[in-house]
Structures are given as C-alpha cells and as structure tokens.
Design a protein around this ligand. Structure first.
Ligand SMILES: Nc1nc2c(ncn2[C@@H]2O[C@H](COP(=O)(O)OP(=O)(O)OP(=O)(O)O)[C@@H](O)[C@H]2O)c(=O)[nH]1
Ligand SMILES: [Mg+2]
Length: 461
C-alpha cells in the first residue's frame, strides 16, 4: 500500500437527511472505529469478519460523550473502494452529529481527506485506471440517462480497453524496431518499413474515430448550448419557461425585460440542452441593456444550436431581418411565436432569407407547438450523428487532447518513413504516441495531471 496515513471525510451531502456517512480508509481505519464504537455485546470491531455491519453507539472514550447511535460497516482490504481497509459509519443525517462524528474520528488519528482522495487511492492502489477514476466524477455530475450511460461505460473500462489495445500494438512495433536496431549488423529485418506504415495508418484511423466521437461526448457531458435569440418582446423568456414547465424567467409586456443571460438545463428526448434565454437584441443607448445585448451576441456566437424567435403577430421588421442574417451560418431553427394571435408573417418570407432552416410555429403562452419544437430540436441534433453501441465515446477534453497528441506523433512518424529516416527516429515518435495515450489510463500521467484531476472531486469521494 502506498499511503501510510488513514483518511476520513463526510461522504454524504451536508444538510439534513435521513442518514449521513463518515468514511474512513487506511491501515488504522478499523482500530480507530473500534476505539469509538460501543455495543451492548461489547463487540470488538478489530476481530469481526470483513464486509459486515454492526449496530452500536459512537462515543468519545476519553470524555464519555455520546455522539449518536450508528451502523458501522467494516470492509477489509483488498476488496474495497480504495483497496485499503475501509469503515463507513452511518449515523443520523443532521449537520451536527456528522460534524461531531468526523471530529471524533480525526481526534482518534485519521486525517481529513482531500477532494477525491478516496478515488485517488483506488487509482494509486491499482483498482481502477485514471479514465475510470474520472468517470466517477462524470457519474456524479450526470444530467441525463445518456450522459450517465456514457460515464458508466467509461468506468467499466470501455475506453481503457481500446486505449490499451492501441498501446499494445504500438509496443509490439517498438519491440520489433528495437530488435532491428540491436541486430543491425546481422542484416535481419524484424519488421519492414512498409508493414510499419500499414499498421500506423490503421492506428491513426482508429484514433481519428475516437477524436470524432469527442464532439458527441462533449454534448452529452456539457449539454448542447442552445441560445434563444430574438428582438425584444418576441417571447424568448416565455419559451424558456414553456420548455422548463416553470416560471423561471421574468416575463412582462415591456420590451427589454431580460437583461442578463439565464441558463437552465432541459432534457429533450434524452439529450441535455443548456438553454440560454438572452436579452432581446436591438440598438440601444441604455448602458445596462447594451451590456445585455453584448452578452446575447456572445451566447449566439458560442451556441451549438440557435432558436431564432420571431413574433408572427407583427410584420417582420429590420431587427428580425438583421438577426436572420446573423444566424445564417449557425445550426438552428426559426421559431414563429404567438401563433394564438392573427398571423402577420408567412413562412415564405422566412424561407426567402433562410432557405435551409427548419421552421416551427408555437405559442409559448398556451403551449401549442412546443412538442413539435422539441421533436424538431432532437431531429436536428441527431441528424449528423450515429448512435453508439459499445463504441467508446470520448467525453473528456483531456482524453481528446492526449489522443490528438498521439496522432501528431504518428503523423510525424509517417513523414519520417517517407524521408527514409533511421529506426531510431521512428522509435522516438512511437514512444511519443505511447506516452500520450498512457496519460489517459494513467501509466504516464504526471503528479500535476493527477492533482488537477482529483481537485475536481468533492470531498468524501
Ligand atoms: N399572445 C401571446 N403572447 C405571448 C406569447 N409569448 C409571449 N407572449 C407575451 O409577450 C410578452 C413578452 O414576453 P417575454 O417572454 O417577456 O418576451 P422576451 O422576448 O423574453 O422579451 P425581452 O426579455 O424583453 O427581450 C409578454 O407579455 C408575454 O406574455 C404567445 O405565444 N402568445
Ligand atoms: Mg425576456
């Protein structure tokens, strides 16, 4: 075991709940628990079998102070979350009992865990690799069934297996190359340059598939940034509320009501949308509104998907037309709102400006057409995407960048092959690719990388 000290933390959310859990991991976890646990039958936790649960009172042996009644789970190494001895103390879930319990465990020799330290130990002790450790955060942060499914896939090692297979292949090429270098005088060729070329070509193709999957993966993890854009008073905030089915944003008949970007998650057919309600875009002298409009344009620029909202109960004006020009190059849908009122806008007028955009007609006020809009959104997102089975999907930018670096090394290698460089040069590029991929699973990750990854965890995980 790499870690000498025993760590502890409150592992359930702070607040009032039915139960709360303090988790302890390390060599002293069980002796510490034994010192503060008292049962009627005078059980000694140090001698109970592994993976058993025990009822008793948690008490400060020195002062006699009783903290709470508790259920204590004893799990001995190595079949535990961290591969170390782990104790979980379940007590009543209030803030105070949990804090007092934690204080008592600290007083008896444990140290407070850093964020993610339990999972870091699982990685350092070899139970999971780095990409699986990262999937733990993704599972905790999952917003939809699909993002959860991807994270669970990653924790089960779908990605690790693929990366490991590519690394094996690279290693076998390196081994043959190095043998050729060692036996250069004997004129034996262990692997031909053309065979290396072929195998590298296949590997690059595989890496490219993974890189392409990252777009899809990012969408599941970060949500599809969807900006509702339009001139003032067309019903943008009303549409946000209709999609959310709650009165989230302020709606008034006064143009210029929304001043700041409002961001909310909506689940549309299993896909997480990060919807941004924006300030109505128009020319203005008001400093506050000007800043709002600037933020609207920023949201428009960064959006994966744009819903351009137009009030169909009034004739199109220059503000609408200008916005139609601005969204031309973006993926998006033109949404004609206020369909409950007599219509002054014909679809043909929109088609003249935006011939290739889908058009939806809705009433954000009474909800008509909202289901149709949801379908239009999901069709648009699914249009250029293959749905995945067992194929790994990259959901993590760090992984994508590492794979891109591996690809660059292999492309350098292709250039070296073309220039008929010696085996030594080829081996350098191969090692570069090998190391880049090793950062994903953790074989070659530096202390800096580890620190950055585990900082993102919550304490107690
Ligand atoms: N009749 C009708 N009125 C609507 C509809 N949608 C919104 N409205 C009304 O239009 C007015 C403006 O709605 P908002 O949702 O605040 O419009 P907005 O685009 O967010 O406006 P700004 O934030 O000022 O840019 C309100 O009085 C709404 O009740 C609709 O479908 N039909
Ligand atoms: Mg608004």
């Amino acid at each position: 075991m790499l870690n000498e000290d025993t760590i502890c933390a409150i592992s359930t959310p702070i607040g009032e709940g039915g139960i709360g859990i303090v988790r302890i991991s390390g060599n002293d976890a069980i002796p510490i628990a034994a010192r503060i646990f008292f049962s009627k039958k005078k059980k000694d936790l140090k001698s109970v079998p592994t993976h058993t649960i025990h009822y008793g009172i948690i008490k400060d042996a020195k002062t006699g102070d009783e903290i709470d009644e508790a259920l204590v789970t004893i799990m001995r190494a190595p079949n535990t979350y961290t591969k170390e001895d782990v104790v979980e103390i379940n007590c009543h879930g209030g803030v105070l009992p949990l804090k007092r319990l934690l204080g008592l465990v600290l007083k008896n020799g444990a140290r407070l865990a850093e964020p993610g330290e339990f999972t870091k130990r699982a990685f350092l002790n070899g139970r999971i690799d780095l990409s699986q450790a990262e999937a733990v955060i993704d599972i905790i942060n999952s917003k939809t069934e699909d993002s959860l499914r991807l994270a669970v896939g990653q924790i089960s090692g779908i990605l690790s297996k693929r990366i490991m297979a590519v690394r094996e292949e690279l290693l076998s090429i390196i081994a043959s190359l190095e043998a050729s270098i060692d036996f250069v005088d004997e004129d034996i060729e262990f692997i031909s340059k053309s065979e290396i070329g072929e195998r590298i070509k296949r590997i690059i193709k595989e890496l490219e598939c993974l890189i392409d999957s990252a777009d899809e993966g990012r969408i599941y993890k970060e949500g599809i940034a969807t900006a509702i854009i339009g001139k003032p008073n067309v019903g943008k905030s009303s549409l946000l509320n209709a999609l959310l089915k709650e009165e989230r944003a302020i709606v008034t008949p006064i143009p210029g009501t929304t001043r700041d970007v409002i961001e909310e998650w909506v689940n549309i057919k299993g896909m997480p949308l990060r919807i941004l309600d924006t300030a109505g875009i128009r020319h203005t002298e008001d400093i506050v509104e000007m800043e709002g409009v600037r933020r609207s344009r920023e949201a428009l620029k960064n959006a994966d998907l744009v819903l351009l909202l137009i009030d169909k109960s009034t004739t199109l004006n220059d503000e609408d037309k200008k916005l139609m020009g601005e969204v031309k190059e973006k993926r998006g849908i033109v949404v004609l709102n206020k369909a409950d009122l007599p219509s002054k806008v014909k679809e043909g007028e929109i088609k003249d400006f935006l011939p290739n955009k889908a058009i939806a007609s809705i009433s954000a006020l009474n909800g008509d057409g909202i289901d149709g809009l949801r379908s239009a959104i999901s069709n648009l997102i699914l249009q250029n995407k293959v749905t995945s089975g067992e194929r790994p999907i990259i959901t993590n930018l760090r992984h994508k960048l590492a794979i891109e670096r591996a690809r660059t090394s292999l492309e350098n290698l292709q250039a070296s092959l073309k220039d008929e460089m010696s085996e030594e040069f080829l081996a350098v590029d191969l090692r570069g690719a090998l190391n880049a991929l090793g950062e994903i699973t953790g074989e070659t990750a530096t202390e800096d990388i580890l620190e950055k990854i585990f900082q993102e965890f919550c304490i107690g995980k």
